[in-house]
Design a protein around this ligand. Sequence first.
Ligand code: ADP
Length: 307
Amino acid sequence: MKNIYFIGECMVELRAMSAATLHQSFAGDVYNSAVYLKRCFPQVTTSVVTALGQDNLSKKMLERFESEQINTQLVFAHDTKVPGMYYIETDEHGERSFIYWRNDSAAKKVVDFLDADALEQLSQGDMFFFSGISLAIIEESAREHFWKVVKQLKDAGVKIVFDPNYRARLWNSVEETKEQYHLAFTLADITLPGVEDLTTLYDVHSVEAVVEYLKPYQIEEIVVKNGPESVVTKEGDTLQSHTIIPVTNVVDTTSAGDAFNGVYLGARLSDKPISSAVQLAAKAAGAVIQQPGAIAPKDIFQLAMAE
Ligand code: ADP
């Protein structure tokens, strides 16, 4: 059985439904990817590595992970911290706005829980995934330990997977982000950048420019996403362009990239070639953006995937 670990943060989501009603759910990039991977590839053991609190919402979040068949062995409970939260509102023009309370979340402490036992377990994995958001939320004082863990996993033969998923507001400066991303690209075996994410950081404006930028790094597999435009992949020296069927009825693009990542990696762990993995991933992302919120209802999602 193949085995993948997603490290990062899942938050409490509060969505304004009307002036007096909030809908509460759970979301966060790595969690979203884990959910869609598991829904499409139930045979792949899919784990989220994070820290929650001891509170009732943390317990409900853990139950939600379990109801999505996600392995929670490395979901830790911090003594005093609680999960991060965000509020999302859509105005009459369809524009979304967010407010976040995540600066003091339990997930920021996740690296503190990565002891020898956790490392032993992570070393058994086939893939270890982190995103630019995972990197941004990890406390500065924990970074050294985090990179040591990533190096040890790579040495143990675990494939390191990185999605830059750049969120400017989570970083102190562009220089800090670039320094951390350089370490990530240096260790990554697979990377799944979106063009938009890298434009601000490296002044690259096309899939080709992204591939060119990543050339000096020894990354086995590069998958460049570009909204409804073709996905470009590079495996060794082989470049391939994969056409995406654009979705006309786009409701909410939240987690398009996350769904893509999860399903792509699930397909690769199930020995599918890159071209089929991209097609499945794009189909999943296309289904997700036709539903509001990060996590599409399971039945609707499964139906769309079966079409
Ligand atoms: P992110 O969510 O990380 O910004 P993108 O916007 O690049 O990522 O989208 C990720 C993937 O979602 C794309 O590679 C594509 O497969 C799919 N996707 C995004 N927008 C559309 C669209 N309008 N129509 C069809 N597929 C889309």
